[in-house]
Design a protein around this ligand. Sequence first.
Ligand SMILES: NC(=O)c1ccc[n+]([C@@H]2O[C@H](COP(=O)([O-])OP(=O)(O)OC[C@H]3O[C@@H](n4cnc5c(N)ncnc54)[C@H](O)[C@@H]3O)[C@@H](O)[C@H]2O)c1
Length: 246
Amino acid sequence: MLLTDKTALITGGGRGIGEASARRLVEYGAKVILADVNLEAAQGVADDINAHGGEARALEFNVAEFQAIPDKVAEAKAIFGRIDILVNVAGITGSTPIEEITLESWDRMMDIDLKSMFFVTQAVFAIMKEQGYGKLVHMSSLAALRGGRSSDASYACAKAGILNLSKCFALQGAPYHITSNAVCPGNILTPMGKTLSWSKVDPKTYIPMGRYGTAEDIANAVLFYASDLSDYVTGDFMNVNGGLYM
Ligand SMILES: NC(=O)c1ccc[n+]([C@@H]2O[C@H](COP(=O)([O-])OP(=O)(O)OC[C@H]3O[C@@H](n4cnc5c(N)ncnc54)[C@H](O)[C@@H]3O)[C@@H](O)[C@H]2O)c1
């Protein structure tokens, strides 16, 4: 199988896109660590994967507690002895009008959606360099490419930052056989998606493919970037949006 003997750390693995990505990687042979601030959710997903023949562990991990990141990543590595794949999914969204964005709300968004992603990746990158192998996959957004519509400006800016973060790791990782790529999901019906205004609009009226995306649609793109099928692809991103943006 595509991911036999590979181990993956997935932040935000407790539900939505992170959960679906974990399940997809397990289907193709990977062992997964579900890292989430919501341990109960991550444990529930891990228990279900283990009950169905996969191998998963849950790890309580608030990615915005920056001082703790090196220890948490070391704890994650100790579980299976390696981290071959990092899928950076944990994040929040916001719908604050520009006039109402405050210094505090801006910083919170940057902390959770961008700064955490850099420092989690930095810690995992050191492990991957030692291994001489790694696959980094970062969850960006359609908002990174065309501005925030249902989501707000701070979210769109954080997600745009992720695209460049990904390229920087791609450049420095290339000599170590580490690839770094991002996924830009469109409107995906997850628990987060259901809080956004687009989820109240009939997708047939504005999405060429006539439906919202599923977490599994995104997991398929994650699988490509997490596997050796994408070995000559780095610093790239994939749009998964049913034709909403092209
Ligand atoms: N749903 C969409 O339409 C959509 C579109 C574009 C991008 N995205 C991005 O995809 C990612 C996942 O989105 P989703 O729709 O699955 O969201 P979700 O809210 O359904 O799931 C997010 C998961 O991340 C976890 N999380 C949140 N903050 C955390 C923290 N500080 N530390 C660790 N875990 C944390 C949550 O507990 C939850 O399990 C996010 O980065 C989001 O911005 C989603």
